[in-house]
Design a protein around this ligand. Structure first.
Ligand SMILES: Cc1cc2nc3c(=O)[nH]c(=O)nc-3n(C[C@H](O)[C@H](O)[C@H](O)COP(=O)(O)OP(=O)(O)OC[C@H]3O[C@@H](n4cnc5c(N)ncnc54)[C@H](O)[C@@H]3O)c2cc1C
Length: 281
């Protein structure tokens, strides 16, 4: 096994350029549970944890432009960041639901994104927050709007040799409301059956802005556009909440798998969306 430990992004990119088959590793909480056969095939890894450009949380324009979170930032670091708590509490809520604290101490935001499980807890939050992924590879750096990051079941828009450097979360307008809800088998250490994130804003007694995103209900995390459209401009309340919940359940076709049934997922999605939209009052 060859393990490279670059100390800068440039050095990492050079290694990846000369050997695109290098496997990036961060907290290893996904990689190490892939099973002996998958691990047997990995013989060259590049450790991302020592690259300063991938670590930490930074305010853009003193916070006016939002935040940038390094891809190798752990969920524990996200949970304990005052800046993330103040600007993006839904991401803090999601970080607190990723496994137990032992996992949160190692698991990184970039690893959750690149692993691209449809059940990844942070993914609907990033979608609802209109995040942008900054990635680097042999052809330099580029930005990928998060809405285009997941291209299929466990597939991403990353090209060979590319790594995620950081995630930009644009600042939300004053008065924005954020919510996160994970439905699992139990309160702790559960992979989600359904996970939903909401960003909304009420103006003059009407729903002026609503972004809803869900995970575990399709091959990729999805925006619930029909539910959003059903209630945009409506007065918040039971009627709007019911409309949004029904539209959400109608627009996705979840599947049965080991964690849940399609029927339960639709039922849970309708309820979670309804309650979240009701909470906008
Ligand atoms: C017991 C247990 C419980 C868990 N519970 C949850 C849970 O509740 N919710 C949840 O969402 N997840 C859960 N997970 C999954 C896992 O912890 C997360 O997906 C985590 O965020 C992965 O991050 P990592 O740094 O450990 O990634 P790694 O395991 O290091 O890497 C995962 C994948 O991402 C790639 N990668 C990592 N970083 C980058 C980067 N910067 N650029 C490009 N590619 C990269 C790697 O090559 C690999 O393919 C759990 C895992 C375990 C073992």
């Amino acid at each position: 096994m060859i393990a490279l430990s670059p100390r800068s992004l440039d050095e990492a990119v050079r290694h990846l350029e000369s050997d695109p088959a290098l496997v990036p590793v961060a907290g290893c909480t996904d990689l190490m549970v892939r099973g002996p056969e998958a691990l047997h095939d990995i013989d060259r890894v590049i450790d991302l944890l020592g690259i300063p450009e991938l670590r930490g949380i930074r305010e853009v324009d003193g916070g006016l432009g939002g935040l940038e979170i390094g891809a190798a930032t752990t969920f524990s670091e996200i949970r304990s960041s005052a800046a993330v708590r103040a600007a993006f509490p839904s991401l803090v809520d999601a970080a607190g639901q990723v496994g137990g604290w032992q996992i949160q101490n190692r698991a990184t935001l970039g690893g959750n994104m690149a692993n691209a499980s449809p059940a990844g807890d942070s993914l609907p939050v990033l979608l609802a927050l209109d995040a942008v992924a900054v990635v680097a590879g042999p052809r330099g750096q580029r930005e990928i709007p998060y809405s285009g990051f997941h291209t299929g079941y466990r597939k991403t828009a990353l090209e060979p040799g590319e790594i995620i450097v950081r995630v930009r979360l644009p600042r939300l307008p004053e008065g924005s409301i954020q919510r996160f809800r994970k439905v699992g088998t139990r309160e702790a250490q559960a992979i989600s059956k359904v996970v939903v994130a909401l960003v909304g804003r009420i103006e003059d007694g009407r729903i002026a802005e609503l972004r809803l995103a869900a995970g575990s209900v399709a091959a990729v995390p999805v925006r619930l556009r029909k539910a959003e459209e059903a209630v945009r401009g409506e007065a918040p309340g039971a009627e709007a909440a019911g409309l949004a919940g029904r539209a959400a359940a109608e627009e996705v076709q979840p599947i049965d798998d080991v964690r849940s049934t399609a029927e339960y997922r639709s039922f849970a999605l309708e309820r979670v969306v309804r309650r979240m939209v009701l909470g906008l009052i």
